[in-house]
Design a protein. Structure first.
Length: 382
């Protein structure tokens, strides 16, 4: 079993990112072989996959297998910056370029010189920044905000996204020419449920890792617990698996982990399989309206649309779209980042739409959520 992880996994304790990756499943071995083929080149790489699958770890592996491995690896979350700051963060700025720019500051491209720059959530880049990024890739130079001088750079770019960039291009939210520039080499990272051969090694890795941090002997898993772990669909992917194992070590006793020690989040449950340990308060609130599965919920949605049609609702599609945004934002407890992930849209698109609906003020729409700010801090520490 070979596990690839961050240089100091303990320093990334509070993060939504996967902190370990293994290549034991046959599908993962195919991906690893492809990584070994493309890593030695300087080709731009686009990593795709769901949240928590390990996209940044793939980028770090590409860097470690390249000729740039002795250079810096810089990771930047594009969704963590407002539109007013993203350009200065990426390309740098001169003193006095804007209010608060008390000194010149190099951008992430310069910081990654002779190394690799990893742009996570690249689909969240606003269109103005996309134009400048395209020019950087074409000219291999950056122009800091407030400057007229170019700065030559020698950087390999690896980007990642959990949104469908092809759909974003068709919708006019992502530049087609930039998409082709980024998609020179595409590495598709499958969700954990589609590479079951990786689950066992990851379980063992997290057992040993957290047992060491807790200064205890790694407990053994009962057959029932192991079967339950392998049967779970892992919508939260590797990060969810890590959380479940961490919790199990904290509450287990007698040197064994049993099914009762496994805590799965209610948010991670398959729609057709409610958990035995999940609270039933929400379902009991209005049982007559609570759908039992996706098919039933879809039927209810179809009936609601027919009702709106019979009422002659003006601008029907606009009304439905507005309702989807409002409902998802409320379901996400007013968290923009979570809303964007649930809708599979970039955070900038969601932010702009919520502002149009008057849910967010334009001034507030550019400010990161607390979850974004926490993740930004993790990126800077990385």
């Amino acid at each position: 079993m070979a596990v690839f992880s961050f240089p100091d996994p303990a320093s990334h304790a509070i993060t939504i990112r996967a902190k370990a990756l293994t290549f034991d499943d046959p599908k993962s071995l195919v991906l690893l072989e492809r990584i070994h083929l493309v890593a030695p080149s300087d080709a731009t790489v686009l990593v795709t996959g769901e949240s928590g699958t390990g996209k940044e770890l793939i980028a770090r592996l590409v860097h470690s297998l390249s000729e740039r491995r002795d250079g810096p690896f810089v990771a930047v979350n594009c969704g963590a910056f407002s539109e007013t700051l993203i350009e200065s963060e990426l390309f740098g700025h001169e003193r006095g370029a804007f209010t608060g720019a008390i000194s010149s500051q190099p951008g992430w491209f310069e910081s990654a010189n002779r190394g690799t720059l990893f742009l996570d959530e690249v689909g969240d880049l606003p269109l103005a920044a996309q134009v400048k990024l395209l020019r950087v890739l074409q000219e291999r130079e950056v122009v800091p905000v407030g400057s007229r001088k170019t700065v030559k750079i020698d950087v390999r770019l690896v980007t990642a996204t959990n949104v469908n960039l092809e759909a974003a291009v068709r919708a006019g939210h992502f530049r087609e020419d930039l998409y082709y520039r980024l998609n020179v080499v595409k590495l598709s990272l499958l969700p954990l449920r589609e590479r079951p051969g990786d689950i066992g090694p990851l379980i063992q890795h997290f057992l040993e890792s957290y047992a060491k941090r807790l200064r205890i002997t790694p407990p053994a898993l009962t057959d029932a617990a192991l079967e339950r772990l392998h049967a779970h669909s892992w919508p939260g992917n590797i990060r969810e698996l890590e959380n479940v194992i961490h919790h199990a070590l904290l509450v287990s006793s007698g040197g064994f982990i049993d099914v009762a020690d496994l805590q799965f989040s209610a948010l991670s449950l398959a729609p057709h399989a409610p958990a035995a340990d999940a609270p039933v308060v929400a379902a009991a609130a209005n049982p007559s309206r609570r759908p039992r599965d996706i098919a039933e919920a879809t039927d209810a949605l179809r009936e609601a649309i027919v009702d709106l049609l019979e009422l002659g609702t003006p601008r029907l599609w606009q009304h439905i779209e507005d309702t989807v945004y409002r409902s998802t934002f409320e379901f996400s407890e007013n968290n923009q980042l979570r809303t964007s992930r649930l809708l599979d849209l970039s955070r900038n698109i969601v932010r702009a739409r919520l502002a149009q609906l008057g849910i967010l003020k334009l001034r507030d729409a550019g400010e990161p959520d607390a979850a974004d700010a926490s993740e930004t801090a993790d990126r800077r520490q990385a």
